[in-house]
Design a protein. Structure first.
Length: 499
């Protein structure tokens, strides 16, 4: 087993936050394990052989409270010092990125090299120290410096690469999107949406379209499509094939053990949607998140068959459309808790290797809530994760992106009845409108600096939309703009020239 000692104010502590903690094996794949705090040590019993890393929510000074990982470590009786191993893990990942940035002609400046060397010296000093408490204190200081340095490096390199991409015309005509809720999209919202974004994303979940078997409800969707068409705003369809509770009609559960019937019913549903909206919508998220969450106990082969069926249906019935296979929770924390799921990059690689005919991958990113897939990570980690998609050979669409703009209970008790955003970590400071604006600018620049990222879509335009992340809209409930909205519009003007 792996053991870690944790220190606070010069002594071993028995106060450790296990929120979101999990183990990682090779290639960053989460491992099933039991984690506990016993005898003032973190005890990790993994169900696989070989070295493993611990990912845990940890304070990083002015950078916030972030989910971070150690290096992969061998089992031993003597406990590791958590702060030292977190610092070692961060420096290892910085070294790996250095090679990539050099190849991209974005080598470190003299000042950046000096700071990296200083962080390395901190690790060496911590390793030389005989007193574990002193080693932890030295390593924590180095960790805070290295996290801040990593974010700065990622941001600096992104600005260089995004400007190069802009100069060579590397962006498509439609880069910036926003999701629209059909029930909240009145004329005023659609007008604001059309003035601020290049396209709208329209969710078309099966549960909304067919709440009762063979009884279809198109009214809200029809009205929304009509409003968006009036504004001449291109539309992207999403949530068509998604097996979460929010998307599956209740009546479908009677067939949960009959895969063939569900597949036939799903094909009929897709055919109806394409027939009704195919002339209005040219880009579709054909299937979303089935690798991570499903109300049905489908096996691996069945999930792949549903993916193939969905993509093939669109190729046959809408041959000119762009088809996107959407992934969620890109670090795959859920796999450490649920053996019926598939790690995201394994699923993505199998989709490619299986010869399924589709055009691009999509990726959903949420941060700021204490649940798997939504614990806060810094921009360096996000940038590194996005780079892993480059090897798949497909364009990438950031299909949903969101962080909150308020802490618990504000405004208007937005978080009432839900887990506090503090439980999901913080980025630089507790979430508020200014922090959200800074994060928006940073993450969009990181994403759009990648030549394989085609589009980025924000989740909610307004705070009056049904909440996924409370306070996550770019407009307040009265439709007045938050700083994040203004920041995004400035970036859009810079990149696409839109006004």
């Amino acid at each position: 087993m792996l053991r870690f000692s944790v220190f606070a104010e010069g002594s071993v502590t028995d106060i450790v936050d296990f929120s979101g903690a999990y183990l990682l094996g090779s290639d960053g794949v989460p491992l099933r394990a039991e984690l506990e705090l016993r005898d003032r040590q973190i005890i990790c019993r993994k169900r696989a052989t070989g070295p493993a890393a611990l990912s845990i929510l940890w304070p990083a000074g002015s950078s916030g409270r972030l989910l971070m990982a150690t290096t992969r470590l061998q089992e031993r009786e003597r406990p590791y010092i958590l702060e030292v191993e977190l610092l070692r893990g961060r420096l290892m990942r910085l070294a790996q990125k250095r090679e990539e940035w050099v190849l991209a002609d974005c080598a470190y400046s003299a000042e950046e090299r000096t700071e990296i060397d200083a962080c390395r010296e901190t690790l060496i000093e911590a390793l030389k120290t005989d007193d574990p408490a002193t080693a932890a204190r030295i390593a924590q200081d180095g960790l805070e410096r290295s996290v801040a340095l990593g974010e700065q490096l990622a941001a600096n390199k992104a600005q260089v690469l995004i400007e190069r991409r802009r100069q060579v015309g590397g962006f498509t005509r439609r880069v910036f999107g926003c999701r629209v809720d059909p029930l909240c999209a009145d004329d005023k919202v659609c007008t604001k949406l059309a003035g601020a974004f290049d396209f709208a994303v329209l969710p078309i979940p099966w549960k909304t379209v067919e709440p009762h078997e063979q009884e279809h409800n198109w009214a809200a969707l029809d009205a929304c499509v009509e409003r968006l068409a009036k504004e001449r705003l291109p539309i992207k369809g999403s949530d068509l094939v998604c097996f979460t509770e929010a998307c599956i009609p209740d009546w479908l559960y009677i067939w949960e053990h009959d895969f063939e019937t569900i597949r036939e019913l799903l094909y009929a549903h897709l055919a109806r949607v394409i027939d009704r909206y195919g002339s209005f919508i040219q880009v579709w998220d054909v299937i979303s998140g089935i690798h991570a969450a499903s109300c049905f106990a489908f096996n691996f082969e069945q999930l792949m068959e549903l993916t193939r069926m969905a993509a093939t249906t669109f190729r046959q019935l809408a041959p000119q459309a762009t088809t996107v296979v959407n992934l969620v929770s890109p670090w795959g924390e859920y796999y450490a808790r649920n053996q019926r799921t598939i790690p995201p990059l394994l699923y993505a690689d199998m989709v490619v290797q299986s010869g399924i005919d589709f055009d691009a991958f999509g990726l959903s990113l949420f941060f700021g809530m204490g649940t798997d897939g939504m614990y806060t990570r810094d921009l360096f980690q996000i940038s590194t994760m996005l780079d892993r998609f480059a090897v798949l050979g497909k364009p990438l669409h950031i299909t949903t992106l969101q962080v909150p703009s308020c802490a618990e209970g504000e405004p208007n008790d937005a978080w009432k009845g839900q887990m506090s955003p503090r439980a999901g970590g913080t980025w630089h400071a507790p979430w508020d409108e200014d922090v959200q604006a800074d994060w928006v600018r940073g993450i969009y620049e990181i994403a759009l600096s990648k030549p394989f990222v085609d589009t980025v879509t924000w989740r909610n335009l307004t705070d009056r939309d049904p909440h996924y992340l409370p306070g996550g809209g770019l407009l307040r409930t009265d439709l007045s703009p938050k700083p994040a909205f203004d920041s995004l519009q400035e970036l859009r003007t810079t990149i696409t020239g839109a006004r």
